[in-house]
Design a protein around this ligand. Structure first.
Ligand code: LLP
Length: 386
């Protein structure tokens, strides 16, 4: 066993695969639960989009979390893992009719609505079933998050949410509809956010809106602040559990909650990223003109984050103890963006060595594709290897 990996068990498995360290996941969930217990009327809805591996989901559900879903498929995955429908929220700018119906049939807690046309369709479909759908409105808070451009969502220029200036009008409109009930506001400013100042800016915006609505006697039962807490990709071992204390404290103290108001969170990455690694085998070590390449059997089809967001993931050779050399670590896919890292220091690497690409528990396995007719990578949790 090198570091935290049961390498002796890895030999029997077909690479590449995802390995989820259940003890890290559980420690993370313990911390979330402890912080949650300190707050009144707070619910955490795990964002299924980060990782929907059935065993990972079941573990998360054991800690009493709810689920944040963005598709009918995610609602199904959440229900199969045992998440309670009354703790399921459903977001997304483009909900299909069958997905709305699916949510209605299972009595999910609420739909996070992003536009008037969507509100109208939910009202219509709920009427056809003779039910009332609870809705929160996703507000585009126009708050800048200091993160990668592809994963910032709360700016006026983004496709998400209802513009600040329209929210009151939309709430009034919902009030006139028979089959929707307005229950709260939903926000999300982006992902991989480490600057608490960004969350503070969101809280200020929420407070402004509440004050404005109060003047017009609009009651907000729920405030859902979305997800976004970032993780330390540089040091997965040193900081394997994100700073939930600071995160929850910032939001819980800054938002001026009204009597009985429920605060909801939707963390995804911060719950699952550090427990997962993509495990791959070295196929070849190739000498280039000025550098050497470690060519892996994992590619961007298995973990697309480096290619799509220029994301950094720590890479380790978990089977070599030899002196360090420098490699460009690449995959086998026919795309020049199929690179996991350039000038990476690894213990001297040879064919057959195992490589761990760390902090890959979030937006890893779930974003895998079959490009080049490749098989999807499997995911294993610690218990599978005992
Ligand atoms: N709530 C809403 C409405 C969201 O859109 C998201 C993520 C979350 C919650 C969860 O955010 P988290 O806590 O994971 O930051 N594929 C990208 C990340 C996309 C995030 C999309 N929305 C990546 O690999 O970095």
């Amino acid at each position: 066993m090198k570091g935290q990996f049961p390498i002796e068990k890895f030999g029997a498995l077909q690479t590449p695969f995802y390995y989820y360290d259940t003890s890290i996941l559980r420690q993370t969930l313990e911390v979330i639960k402890k912080e949650l217990d300190k707050m009144d009327n707070a619910v955490v809805h795990y964002a299924i989009k980060a990782n929907a591996n059935p065993q990972v989901l079941r573990t998360i559900r054991e800690y009493g979390l709810g689920a944040d879903c963005v598709s009918g498929g995610e609602i199904r995955a959440a229900l199969q893992a045992g998440f309670s429908p009354d703790k399921i929220v459903f977001a997304g700018v483009g909900k299909a009719d069958w997905e709305i119906n699916f949510g209605l049939e299972h009595g999910i807690f609420c739909f996070n609505v992003e536009s008037i046309p969507e509100l109208e369709i939910i009202n219509e479909l709920a009427a056809a079933k003779g039910v009332v759908a609870q809705v929160e409105f996703r507000v585009n808070p126009d708050v800048k998050a200091h993160t990668h451009a592809n994963i910032t969502t709360g700016l006026a220029e983004n496709k998400f949410g209802i513009a600040l200036s329209d929210v009151e009008r939309v709430i009034a409109l919902a009030g006139k509809m028979q089959h929707v009930k307005f229950v709260g506001l939903h926000f999300h400013i982006g992902s991989q956010i480490l600057d608490m100042g960004d969350f503070a800016a969101l809280c200020n915006r929420v407070n402004e809106l509440q004050a404005q609505f109060e003047q017009h006697h609009i009651k907000i039962e729920n405030i859902n602040v979305g997800g976004g807490l970032g993780i330390d990709y540089q040091h997965p071992n040193r900081q394997s559990i994100p700073d939930f204390h600071e995160y929850f404290k910032t939001i819980n103290t800054l938002i001026k909650r009204r009597e009985g108001q429920v605060l909801r969170f939707e963390p995804g990455r911060s719950v699952v990223a550090q427990c997962g690694s993509l495990i791959s085998k070295v196929l070849y070590v190739k000498q280039g003109t000025n550098k050497q390449f470690a060519i892996l059997d994992a590619g961007m089809t298995d973990l697309i984050r480096p290619a799509l967001y220029q994301a950094y993931h720590k890479i380790e050779n978990i089977t070599s103890e030899l002196p360090i050399e420098t490699y460009d670590v690449v995959g086998p896919i026919c795309e020049s963006s199929d690179v996991f890292g350039k000038a990476v220091d690894l213990n001297k690497t040879s064919r057959g060595d195992l490589i761990a690409i760390r902090s890959a528990g979030a937006y890893g396995e779930i974003m895998a594709s079959q490009y080049n007719c490749r098989a999807l990578p499997k995911g294993y949790v610690t218990e599978d290897l005992l």
